[in-house]
Structure formats: C-alpha cells, structure tokens
Design a protein around this ligand. Structure first.
Ligand SMILES: Cc1ncc(COP(=O)(O)O)c(C=O)c1O
Length: 393
C-alpha cells in the first residue's frame, strides 16, 4: 500500500485530500514522493509565511529542542515571555494568552468577552454578533460563531448567544447589536468566505458602534495576521484598534500556536484559574514564533509583501482582461481571491498537474496565499500556468 492508501484506511475521513503525498519543502517549493516539484501558493493555508525549512527557523527550533521542550504554565519560560513582550510592543494589546490553534484563540476570546461583563455585573451581556460567511473555527463555540451553514450543519443545537450580521453593512450590524451584546467578532478581511475586503470606513464605523453600545470588538486575525496583508495586522490598514485580537496560523510558520491578545482592562477578567491550556505557549513553539516575528522585521518582509502583492494583482488584472471566466480579482498584500464564473476545482487540479498549488474557497474563488517570500518569477510561472489552463478549458 502507498501512503495515500494507508492514510485513507486509518485516518478519519474529514478531509477531501488531493492525490499528492508531500515529503519535503524548501522556500516556496514543495516536493512529492515521486520527486515532482510544486510552487506553493497555499502555504499550508496562510501558515508558512516564511516558506518551508527557513534556515533561521530551523536554527531556532534546533536550538530550543536541545534546551527545553515543554514545562507546565505553572512556571515561567524565556521564549514565552519574550514572545508575549514582542507582540504587546507591536500591537494595541497589553496581554497575551497562548493557545494552540485559531479555534482555541477564538474560544478564549469569546470566553473573555463573556467573563468581562460578568465581572462587571452585567450578566445579561453575553451575546456575540459575528458575520455571515465568516469562519472562526470548529470547536462548538467557534462553529456557533461561524456564519456558514455548511460548517454548522449536523451539530445542532449550536451554543446559545450567537447572532449574525451582513459583512460590510453597518446598518445591519447596528440592528443586531443590543444591550445584551458582549462582543462583535469579525475578520478584518474574510478569508474562508472568499477573500472579502470590507471598506475601511465600515471597520471604523464598527469600532464606533461597539463604543456607543458598550460592547467589545474582537478581530479574528488568524488568517490575516503576521504580515499576510502587508501590515503586521490587517486592522492597521483601517487604523482601527480592537479590544481583543486572535492569531494563529502564520505565528508559528507551521508549529501549532494560537494567541489571544487583549487590552489591560479587558484582560483583567482572566485571573488565575479562569482559563488554561497545557500546551499553550510551550517553549518550543514560542521560540520559533519569536524567530518568525524577528525574521519578518529583520528581513523587511512587509515591504516585500506590498511590492509582490501589487505585482500579483497587476498580473491577475492582465489575465482577467483575456479570460471572461475571471469575474473579479481582490485582496490585500498576499491574500488574494480570484472570483470565477465557474467552479474552481478543475483549475486547481490542472494547476497541480503543471506544478502549482492553489486552492479554492466557496467553490468558485481561487485563493492565492503564497509564502510572503514568493518571488516575481514564481508569480510569472503561475500566471503562465493559469493562462494555459484557462485557455485549454
Ligand atoms: C479567520 C480564521 N479563524 C479561525 C480559524 C481556525 O483556525 P484553526 O484551524 O487553527 O483552529 C481559521 C482557519 O482557517 C480562520 O481562517
């Protein structure tokens, strides 16, 4: 039996997998077990922002592996302290809670928002308003907050206290936020929803609405954070500061880590014993995450994202002129959606045949989220490939 057959026999069938067994990666290239190379425009779904096997990250992982892997959060460790300090010095936040995934970071955010109002003797403020087409994770609370029927289907009853508003529509949100709302939870750019970028003015109005109604604003930057959109955090584009922000994905460049960041006055609601995670913030993942952030800064990766992101959008606009199947091209930095008039699966499969990995969300949006170190010639390669594939269709 080959690897795919063994996996199909023994692993829960929750993923529809591509017929590809990957064995190695370097920079923006992945290699399969047959020795074929693929240029990676998925990056583990916006995870491997510094590419595969980045030498600085490998060095930090090796170094930490020889010192200390794991101790309980009953003790202090240097990598965790330094990572939290780095994150608070570069963001609106004063405190960080470490988890292991995006869903866990959002779970912590929802719990914190509820507890914040319980502590303030406003127990009736427990509802969370999130957005249609949003994605926040697969735990019970985060799927209850996810505005996609296909994610919630089969798990009824979902948790009580979750409402939904139309994204990028302030009037609709104003109708949903009330005296019982503890938080508005939203992605600054919807990723799984099809790479939907709201207006900056809308995000500013959301902030104002939360202030006026007295509820908290939570930005889920699990997909958009860590430089993906050309700023360290996507909300910076609109100049809006949340009360709570969640991170995961690219923070560890592939090691499992999540983080929930909050202002001091909000974070106070999480006192000793209020929330916990055995693995959250372990030395080995926080050492690598710190190296990720330091590398992002030292190597001026954000400047690169802005330049190559603009180049990618230009090249896609050229492609759109030649192919009517491309209805729209949108995104920020290196999180780009290509809206198609037909299902994208055949294009994804054909690109894979030609050595390019792209993925498709919402059936008809190609999502391009390459490592942030992608080069122009690799983008040119994908453009030639898409041109050929679409023409052949
Ligand atoms: C915006 C957003 N939030 C949360 C999650 C869930 O993260 P995880 O799969 O690490 O639990 C995702 C995953 O795609 C995401 O895109």
């Amino acid at each position: 039996m080959n690897i795919a057959q063994i996996a199909d026999q023994a692993i829960a069938q929750t993923y529809a997998r591509y017929p590809l067994t990957l064995v190695r990666g370097r920079g923006c290239t992945l290699f399969d077990d047959q020795g074929n190379a693929y240029t990676d425009f998925i990056a583990g779904i916006a995870v491997c922002n510094l590419g595969h096997a980045h030498p600085k990250l490998v060095a930090s992982l090796r170094d930490q592996a020889e010192r200390l892997w794991h101790v309980s959060n009953l003790f202090y460790t240097q990598p965790q302290a330094e990572l939290a300090s780095w994150l608070t010095s570069r963001s609106f936040a004063d405190r960080v809670f470490f988890a292991n995934s995006g869903a866990e970071a959002n779970e912590a955010a929802i719990k914190l928002a509820r507890k914040y109002f319980k502590d303030r003797r406003q127990p009736g403020r427990f509802r969370v308003v999130s957005m249609n087409q949003s994605f926040h994770g697969r735990t019970m609370a985060t799927l209850s907050a996810t505005g996609q029927e296909k994610v919630r289907k089969g798990f009824d009853p979902v948790l009580e206290g979750f409402d939904f508003a139309e994204f990028n529509n302030i009037e609709d949100l104003a109708c949903m936020v009330g005296a019982d709302t503890c938080a508005v939870l939203m992605e600054p750019i919807q990723g799984e929803g099809g790479v939907i970028c709201p207006d900056h003015a809308y995000l500013q109005q959301v902030r104002q609405l939360c202030d006026e109604s007295g509820c908290l604003l939570i930005f889920d930057e699990v997909q958009t954070g860590i430089g993906r959109t050309g700023r360290l955090f996507a909300h910076e584009h609109a100049g809006v500061r949340p009360d709570i922000m969640t991170l995961a994905k690219a923070l560890g460049n592939g090691l499992p880590i999540g983080a929930m960041l909050a202002t001091e006055s909000v974070a106070e609601a999480f006192g000793a014993g209020a929330h916990a995670s055995t693995f959250g913030g372990s030395p080995i993942v926080t050492a690598v995450a710190l190296a990720v952030l330091q590398t992002l800064e030292q190597d001026d990766i954000l400047d690169q994202v802005n330049a190559t992101g603009a180049y990618l959008l230009d090249r896609l606009a050229e492609l759109q002129k030649r192919h009517t199947i491309i209805e729209a091209v949108r995104g920020k930095g290196l999180l780009i959606g290509v809206q198609l008039s037909k299902p994208g699966a055949p294009i994804v499969a054909a690109c894979m045949q030609k050595g390019f990995l792209v993925n498709c969300v919402q059936d008809n949006v190609l999502r391009l989220a390459p490592p942030l170190i992608i080069r122009r010639q690799e983008i040119d390669g994908l453009m030639d490939c898409l041109d050929e594939v679409i023409t052949e269709m």
